[in-house]
Design a protein around this ligand. Structure first.
Ligand code: TYM
Length: 326
């Protein structure tokens, strides 16, 4: 039997190249070898209660990006988290086996609490429990994610171990699967690429928008003049070019150090490479956007298929936890 893959994306709007290189590329690559379940996690988006009026359009935009990137509804289940309400029940039940101390130690929680001290809600503390519930509701064994999600995955394994010890072997311990670019830095050259920081490039951006954003990106801060030698090891543009044009990396490394290429030319080349790489995705996205009924249908069919698995798991969990009446 094929192992099951599970992963999720928050619907914060259109996906960016950080999501793509860090996770979505693996979602696509794993489809042939595994039974894949991919989810747009709308409940997770509510933990920060931002832009809820845009939630439905954000879900739709994320779905278009995932399909355009190559998720295939014939191979994978693609659905929206809240469309399978069994998640809420499992979330409550796993909450009973998760010590509060574990959750308060999670780095992403500490960071969010620091940034938004006025909005530390119960749901935010429980974020990793909800994420664990996502994975184990579908008995996911392999979880393609970016590096930022590793602390959550570690906690998911601890919750699974604790549940299995108390109630008997029920869930596999989920393992993270990283791409070869698990932490994409944003165009500011310092923080993780993310929509909330505005240092991102959307997959669905036009070629012109992409070029404009890249031309304003930060390169090697130590290189002030065109004639200064560059330091590719600290330059995010170099990293991105090595990814999108791996064949030029060795020569570029040399040219940058010798000041044989300037940052402006380097950025122009990166923009051209990204635009060439994403052109087929962008064309597919435009085709899909012209067929909204087809896209909605995929989402509804995904929820129906996901719910079959979810109901089975939940019945097993309730039985093990003593919730089935005699
Ligand atoms: P989210 O929505 O922030 O991101 C979706 C995926 O993209 C990866 N990612 C990145 N990878 C590399 N570099 C970056 N700059 C970058 N930005 C984002 C993320 O690591 C993620 O894999 N908590 C999750 C959603 C979630 C989930 C789950 C994931 C909910 N339930 C169950 C896996 C399994 C999140 O907020 O991802």
């Amino acid at each position: 039997m094929k192992k099951r893959v599970f992963s999720g994306v928050r619907p914060t709007g259109r996906l960016h190249i950080g999501n793509y290189l860090g996770a979505v590329k693996n979602y696509v690559a794993l489809q042939d070898e595994y039974e894949c379940v991919y989810c747009i996690v709308d409940l997770h988006a509510l933990t920060t209660l931002e832009e809820t009026n845009r939630l439905q359009s954000n879900i739709y935009e994320a779905l278009l990006d995932l399909l355009a990137a190559g998720l295939d509804p014939e191979k994978s289940i693609i659905f929206v988290q809240s469309h399978v309400p069994e998640i809420n029940e499992l979330f409550t039940l796993l909450g009973m086996v998760t010590p509060l101390g574990w959750l308060l130690r999670v780095p992403t929680f500490k960071e969010k609490a620091r940034l938004h001290p006025q909005n530390i809600n119960y749901g935010l503390v429980g974020y990793p429990v909800l994420m664990t519930s996502d994975i184990v509701l579908y008995k996911g064994e392999v979880v393609p994610v970016g590096e930022d999600q590793l602390p959550h995955l570690e906690l998911a394994r601890e919750i699974v171990r604790r549940f299995n010890e108390h109630f008997g072997e029920t869930f596999p311990e989920p393992q993270a699967k990283l791409t070869n670019f698990p932490m994409v830095i944003g165009l500011d050259g310092k923080d993780k690429m993310s929509k909330s920081l505005g240092n991102h490039i959307e997959l669905a951006a036009t070629a012109e928008e992409t070029t404009k954003k890249i031309m304003s990106a930060v390169t090697d801060p130590a290189r002030k003049l065109r004639t200064d030698a560059g330091h590719p090891e600290i330059c995010n543009i170099f990293k991105l070019r090595s990814y999108f044009e791996s064949s030029v990396a060795t020569a570029l490394n040399k040219d940058c150090r010798a000041a044989a290429i300037g940052c402006v030319d380097c950025k122009k080349a990166l923009a051209a490479a990204i635009n060439a790489d994403l052109a087929p995705l962008r064309a597919r996205r435009a085709e899909l956007a012209a067929r909204p009924e087809y896209v909605i249908d995929i989402m509804q069919d995904g929820a129906r298929r996901a719910q079959i698995i979810a109901k089975q798991t939940l019945a097993e969990v309730k039985q093990k936890m003593g919730l089935v009446p005699i």
